[in-house]
Design a protein around this ligand. Structure first.
Ligand code: APR
Length: 320
């Protein structure tokens, strides 16, 4: 059986890390695309030269032309600009929307059967625009945010409770911004829900709220430390988990920015919700029950995504 082909649009910090992880996991042959000349070629060569040491077989190529992504099974998009300290993800909207237009056209022409994972921020609006620009079916275009936000939440909880990260399950819903909703009731340590752990004295409700807030600010915390860009290791690992679920038909249930067609009362928007990813892309959107508080926070988050989508429609009327 021929190897899968993975195209990475954007060969910056996240793109390079994606290529490395995809190689190490032998997910397929990898093409790195970027508008910067030399960057994708240099990263591809450097990475493939690590393959004898790490013992993986994959072809790695760098390119500045879309032709070379032809026939890709998976496309992961990080093209665009990242945040600098003091910027919100929303500040990137105008410039990254133009990038999505170009990327969408490239995917439409050369990889119309791919499963497309968007990482570019502001995520929920960019993945919405990318789906429109590419014309691919909505179940094949998804945004990566929830796996990352949940991983941050899981890590902070594991650190607080001094337990393995493997035993902490957590998920975060809503938009990938300050209004995201870490779902305390649905997060557990080995099946024990967080509210029960508070009752058992593992931490106070106030401390849990601090962890929830740190999760919401997780991206900004890294930006503040790095100063020259935004997080890249954890975002890349998160997108690779989604790609692997698609390529291996694992049917993982992961929080993703998915196109909603009435679920949660939302139409034609991408928002973070639990999804099953398998060989058909987003195979199922899972509608969990929200209590009043959760619903209020989720609606608030959806409203902020709606504001970004409206801003996209104003900038590019073809999207309206
Ligand atoms: N087409 C292709 N690549 C582009 C384009 C374009 N039109 N415009 C910019 N790029 C490339 C840049 O040349 C750069 O190599 O996208 C790459 C982005 O890489 P970084 O600046 O290192 O950013 P990164 O940290 O990888 O983040 C990328 O993901 O998490 C989000 O907010 C983040 O939107 C940002 C994106």
């Amino acid at each position: 059986m021929a190897r899968n082909k993975i195209a990475l649009i954007g060969a910056g910090q996240i793109g390079g890390t994606l290529a490395h992880l995809a190689g190490l996991k032998e997910l397929g042959d990898i093409v790195l695309f970027d508008i910067a000349e030399g960057t994708p070629q240099g990263k591809a060569l450097d990475l493939v030269e690590s393959s004898p040491v790490d013992g993986f077989d994959a072809k790695l190529a760098g390119t500045n032309t879309y032709e070379e992504i032809e026939g890709a099974d998976v496309v992961i998009v990080t093209a665009g600009v990242p945040r600098k300290p003091g910027m919100s993800r929303d500040d990137l909207l105008e410039i990254n929307l133009k990038v999505m237009e170009q990327v969408g056209a490239g995917i439409k022409k050369y990889a119309p059967n791919a499963f497309v994972i968007c990482i570019t921020n502001p995520l929920d609006a960019m993945v919405w625009a990318l789906q429109k620009f590419s014309g691919l079916p909505a179940n094949k275009v998804v945004g990566m945010a929830g796996v990352l936000d949940s991983a941050r939440f899981r890590y902070f909880l594991a650190e607080e409770f001094n337990v393995s990260v493997e035993d902490v399950t957590a998920f975060v819903m809503g938009g990938h911004g300050d209004t995201m909703v870490p779902m305390v009731r649905y997060s557990t340590v080995a099946g024990i829900p967080l509210p029960d752990l508070v009752k058992m004295g593992w931490c106070t409700a106030e401390r849990l709220e601090e962890i929830v807030q740190r999760t919401r600010d997780g991206g900004a915390e890294v930006v503040g430390l790095l100063k020259t860009g935004s997080a890249f290791y954890a975002p890349a690992a998160s997108a690779i988990q989604m790609a692997e679920s698609y390529l291996k038909d694992k049917k993982r249930l992961l929080p993703c920015a998915a196109h909603l067609e009435g679920q949660y009362g939302i139409k034609d928007m991408y928002v973070g919700v639990p999804c099953v990813i398998g060989a058909d892309g987003i195979e199922r959107v899972v509608e969990i029950e929200l209590n009043n508080d959760e619903k209020t926070m989720f609606d608030n988050s959806v409203n902020s995504v709606e504001g970004l989508v409206d801003a996209c429609k104003k900038i590019q009327p073809a999207l309206a």
